[in-house]
Write a protein that binds this ligand. Structure first.
Ligand SMILES: Nc1ncnc2c1ncn2[C@@H]1O[C@H](COP(=O)(O)OP(=O)(O)OP(=O)(O)O)[C@@H](O)[C@H]1O
Ligand SMILES: [Mg+2]
Length: 237
């Protein structure tokens, strides 16, 4: 077991609002770890804190044993942690190909073409639309583009903020298929989701976040059958 990412005693506040009230979590290399929670639970704040894009946080974040709590976001990306942000945030006026290439910005290695081919292999629909403006893609295609752009940074860990949000069931399934394929490429994934059933069924380990606190954690499939989770997150009595 090798903890590639570790979050200790993390607190995040926005002015008087305490969004994260001291949480610990760790992600093992090669695993898919999920953070589930309702709207406002603090899921995005956790990912943004790891990327060091929140203004006020306390605690410690380590990556491969190194303290990255205060590391600049662009350095964090260069070191191998890339975020697929909530709401996709693609560039609507740039072409699909340009959007993808932005993900490789700053890279100097020789493997950019390899990763481009990997992305096109994962997303045939994106491959057919390379010259089209990003903003003309459907919601599902934009989500694929956002994931593809992140992969162009050749991350070791991919942080994903609600990739299935707003997608039809068939596309949700496709997103999870892609996530599993990315995992088989040897990448580690920290996923944030409100779609608890899909997320738990697919994850190796999961944390449940409620108003800034972790209230439960365990093996994904164990949580899936947990009575409290079934009631609160899956709507099953
Ligand atoms: N920039 C901000 N300024 C003030 N409050 C914020 C800011 N960002 C988040 N918050 C507050 O922090 C809390 C956690 O927000 P966060 O976005 O992390 O939740 P979330 O779990 O990602 O929710 P969602 O599922 O709706 O995306 C919320 O109460 C939110 O209102
Ligand atoms: Mg969020």
């Amino acid at each position: 077991m090798y903890e590639i990412l570790k979050v200790e005693s993390l607190k995040v506040h926005y002015g008087a609002i305490n969004a994260i009230k001291g949480i610990d979590l760790s992600v093992e290399k090669g695993k898919l770890v999920t953070l589930i929670g309702a709207n406002g639970a603090g899921k995005s704040s956790t990912l943004n804190a790891i990327m060091n894009i929140v203004t006020s946080k306390k605690g410690k974040i380590s990556y491969k044993g190194k303290d990255i709590t205060k590391t600049r976001t662009d350095e964090i990306v260069k070191n191998g942690i890339v975020l697929v942000p909530e709401g996709r945030k693609i560039f609507p006026n740039l072409t699909v190909q340009e959007n993808l290439m932005i993900g490789s910005f700053g890279r100097k290695d020789a493997d950019i073409k390899r990763d481009f081919d990997l992305v096109l292999g994962l997303f045939p629909r994106i491959k057919e639309r390379l010259k089209q403006a990003g903003g003309t893609l459907s919601g599902g295609e934009q989500q694929m583009l956002a994931i593809g752009r992140a992969l162009m940074g050749n991350p070791e860990i991919l942080l994903m903020d609600e990739p299935s949000l707003g997608l039809a069931p068939l596309l949700v399934k496709m997103v999870f298929d892609v996530i599993n394929k990315i995992k088989t490429e040897g990448k580690t994934i920290l996923l944030v989701e409100q779609n608890a059933s899909m997320a738990l069924a697919n994850s190796d380990y999961a944390y449940v976040l409620e108003t800034g606190k972790i209230v439960l954690e365990g093996n994904g499939k164990d949580l899936l059958v947990n009575a409290g989770i079934r009631h609160a997150y899956l709507g099953i009595n």
